[in-house]
Each structure stands twice: as C-alpha cells, then as structure tokens.
Write a protein that binds this ligand. Sequence first.
Ligand code: ATP
Ligand code: MG
Length: 651
Amino acid sequence: MVDHHGQIDNVMHESRLFPPPAEFSQQARIPTREAYDQLWQRAADDPVKFWEELGREELHWFEPFTKTLEWNEPYAEWFVGGKTNACYNCVDKHVNEGRGGRTAIIWEGEPGDQRTLTYSDLLEQVCRFANAMKSLGIGKGDRVSIYMPMTPELAIAMLACARIGAVHSVIFAGFSAEAIAERNNDAGAKAVITADAAWRRGKALPLKHTVDQALVKSPTVEHCIVLDRVNEAVEWKHGRDHWWHELVREASPECPAEPMDSEAPLFILYTSGSTGKPKGIKHTTAGYNLYAKKSFEWVFDHREGDVYWCTADCGWITGHSYVVYGPFSAGATCLMYEGAPNHPSEDRFWDIVERHKVTLFYTAPTAIRAFIKWGNDHVQMHDLSSLRLLGTVGEGINPQAWMWYHEMIGDEKCPIVDTWWQTETGGIMMSPLPGAIATKPGSCCVPLPGILPVIVDEDGDEVGVDKGGWLTIAHPWPGMLRGIWGDEDRYQEVYWSKVPGKYLAGDNARRDGDGYYWIMGRIDDVLNVSGHRLSTIEIESALVSHPEVAEAAAVGRPHELKGEAVAVFVTLKNAKPSDELREALKQHVRKEIGALAQPDDIRFTNALPKTRSGKIMRRLLKDIAAGKEMVGDTTTLEDYSIIAHLRDDEE
Ligand code: ATP
Ligand code: MG
C-alpha cells in the first residue's frame, strides 16, 4: 500500500563505497570515523555549549558575548552582546598574528593577466577602499550593491563593506538591468559598485552600461563606483559616478575595523531562483562568520601550504562563504579566476590547476557534466597531481558524474566532498568529512558537527530508514539565515510554518542504514505516479548512467490515469536523437530503477534551461511538458532561447 504522508519512494541502488585514502586521513583534522562520531555527538548533546566554545576561540572579540543563543522561534540571535568584525577576522587577524606575508589571493584574469596579493596587501587595499566609501558618506547599516567581475576588487569591496558595517548585496554580473534594479530597490541600496566591463569568452560585457540602465529605476542609489577593468568607454554621470582608482589614490591606507554587534547584518543575498522569485536572504555577522570558518576547515581539511580554488562566482552564496569569508578567516591561499571554463579552450581549468598547483578544488555538478561532454583529452593533457581533495555544490551529483570526477580528475586518490547546503544555511550542512568518512557516489553523507537533520513526513513525524521525506533541521545553528530582507511573513511561511519547531529546507532526502543522507530533489519537484512519489534525481541519475546521455531532467506531467506521467528532457553526448534511442533509454531506466519510473515521454534537446548559477530549472520544464504557458519568475533564467527551442520541438 502506498504511503499518503508525503514519503518518497526510494528506487536508487548505489552501493559503492570509497574509504578515505590512508595518506589523507593520517594528517586530517578529523582522522577517523570514531573521531567524527564523538565530535558530532558532543555537539548534539549540547549544541549551545559546543558553539559557545568555538565562538570564543575562533573569532576576535572587541567585546565578549554574554549569551550564546537567544531563540524565539523562528528568530535566533547568536553570541548576544558581543562585538566583532568579519573583515577583521578575515584579514587583520592574520596580519596581526604574523601571517601578513602569506598569499591571500592568486588571481588570474580571463585574458591571462595575473596578480598575487598577500594578507598585508589585502589589508591595505581593503582599508583604502573602505575609506573611499566613507568619503562618499557610506557607513554602518547602508546597503551597497556589488555588480562586478571576479577580480580581487570584488572580494576587496565585500570585505571593505564588512569593515565599515555596510551591508553588501552581491548581484551576479550576468544579470539584466531589470534584475539589478529590482535588487537595488528591494534592499534600498545607497551605492552600487561595478566595473566598466567584464571579460567573458574574449568579449567585454558592458557592466557599467547595464548598471546605468538599472540606476534610472533605482531611486535610492546615490553613488556608483566603477573599477576600470577593461578600459571600455563608459557614460559618466558627474556627482554620481566615481572611478575606483581615483577614490583609493586619495584614501588613507589606515581604517580601523568597526566593532559590530554580533547580530548586525553582514549581507543580503538573493537566492538562485530555481523555484520562483529570488528571496533576499539576510545573514548577520558573528554566527555566519564562525560557521563559514569552521565548516571550511572541517570540510576542506585546509592546511598551511594548500592552494584552494573554489570556482563559484561571488554572486552566489558559495562565493561568499567559500571564496571570501570561510577561507580568509582560515588564512587560506585562494585562487580566483575571472572567466569562462572554456576560454580560450576547454582545458582552461586544468591548465590553471597545473600551473598554480591547486590542491583543493571545489566546483558544481553542471561544470562537471560540461567537462564530461567536452571529452577527456582536455583533462589528460595536464598534470593534475597536485590535487588532494575535490568538492561539489549546487545540485545533486549523479553517481556517473561522481565516478568520472573521481577517476579522471582525482586519479582515484582524492576524497570527494559532495556538500549539501543553501543560501539560507550560510554554510555547508552535510558533507563527508574527508579524512573520516567513506564516501558513496551521490550521497552528501553526514551532517557537520552541531547540525541535527531530521527527515519527516507531512505530519512532521520522523520517517524510518531509507524512507524519503522532507529534510528539516532540528536545532538552530550559527550560520542560519536571520530572515528574508523586508519580508517577515515570507520567512515564517516558507521555512517555519509546515513543521513546528524545525527549519524546513525545501528539499527531500532519505537516510540510509549507515546513517548517510541522500538528497532526493526539491519538495516542489516530486513526481506522483500512480500514487507513488518519485524523486527527480533518481530518474535523472538512471538516465545519466546510460553511456549516450550527458544531462537529464525529469518532471511530472498531468496524466488521467496515473495522476502524473514521467516526462524527461535529455541532452546527448554524441549520438543522434532517434526512436531507437528513445526506446533504449526507457528500457534502461526500467532496468536500473524499475517499471514505475520508466519515462512516458522523452524529449531530446541541445540544452536544458538553467539558472545563471547553473541549476536545472525543472519548474519551467514542467510547464513545457504539460503544454502550459510558463508561469512564475524567469529573471534568473540563463538563456531564454533554450525555452523557445523546447517549445518549437513540441510534437
Ligand atoms: P530558490 O531558493 O530561489 O529556488 P535555489 O534553491 O536554487 O533557489 P540556492 O540557495 O543557491 O538557491 O540553492 C540551494 C539548493 O541547491 C538546495 O536547496 C538544493 O536543492 C540544491 N543543492 C545544493 N547543494 C546540493 C547537493 N550537494 N546535493 C543536492 N542538492 C543540492
Ligand atoms: Mg532554495
């Protein structure tokens, strides 16, 4: 009999297990499964005490906190009464403790230009830019939009805001004027920091021009600061527009970090928009900073001498927590790359890894699927032996892609950390701890210390082993969001109204007999076929395990008898679309995961609609599969022409 309380059927069978390499474990922070279990249990027994100790040890305090957690559901305050500064923790702390000569940023521009900044360099440049902002009257509590290419100045701008207590809102530098204006207005931004242009696949993208258009509709914005990146001609509005280099030339290199309340807002960041209109997620200072630092150290097992590269753009939460706040708090050396992974050719990433001897590499499944499609030659022409750990984030990774990453990039010697988290969670919530936890392809493995996941059905009752249900978090954690900017109702409604006392993540998951977690896709995306509830990722992974399939997306389409039929959209590696292949794929899914999940419709396409952060937008495909007009927000869609093509293809 089928369960009616929202449980999801589990049809995936993945039993491969990869123990941490002995060499890796020997020097790891958390070197054994027992060490992880003990640490996690100690944190679970008394989370407040656990975070209290870490809070004291890991951050610099201008004034110590007096209470660790004040919890009035759904509002948390962490490290109450304390004063700290996230920029101080990221930069000054290292310089003051004798690590100023250490490399903070190794930067490579798309055309091949390079710069290296030590922590002392970073401090000086952050201070100058902080003073520059102050000279324009920007200060504590003011909101500042940042729309910039991945240059050191983007990190400098974020840190300078943190230093003076301004709240940054980074907007990915591929968004339209409309999207910028919407975010400026939602946040009430006082200033925008941008560049003349950005390099993208050898072309200059006119950022300033786009900002000019946005500012016509952004009445709160008084100033626009422009980095001269490309030397493009720009229009200029005197009084409003200022060149970055002119401002910093006149600014003093000394600027004490502002002591900030633990709960002072640090930034606003709009979510990717995979499921609807983006939400302006609010994060505050101390708790977020602590969580970004500790999660970075635990998951990446960072050591002095590592060269760490997270390929995410600072326009996404990954770029906040694992390009800037986490790694800099930990004193890491971070590689930053400005451009596209296939410019000038498809081996650009591996060329960078080889030349800079990258040791820790963190990217997204969408990128991995592209590398697979581009072919192994681009990888094999480079020496990747410096790598010692690989990570992924943003979507589930299909076991097939995981195996490719493991063999082709990791040479079977690098642990893979599949990290599950969200803009809302501030930092990684579940991941293998690389020295301690044996990995399973497609599983994000275990919760971090201090994180208490519970999988529940629609009544809020915990489900059993291997039963899919809603993923919730039972206890507040320091990195959690503090709200949606300007929308308390939506905050309560989205995360706290359906399951009392627990944070509702919006994803489905199951926990297997070994205590490993498997993300099963978004709650909104579940397919309901003949009373069976199926997860998107399991069907997609079955398709991707076919040798001809590059990418797949599964959605439900209304069906008279079954409730929903399974509709899938597939991109191929080399094969040509054909009815034979369509039939072969149906049989393949049937064999892999059962008749129930066998697709009713298979549509071949050259590309899938994705957000600009590379996530498949299943809600749009759902409308297409149902033959409906598209509803809902499409501002974060990367390429509208894909939708047009999919519609044209309709039979
Ligand atoms: P929106 O909330 O606006 O719809 P979004 O959820 O895509 O957008 P993000 O906060 O960038 O915005 O993404 C978080 C989501 O990404 C998670 O809820 C989950 O669905 C997915 N995700 C992230 N990492 C993983 C992972 N390792 N495995 C599976 N899914 C993941
Ligand atoms: Mg989300």
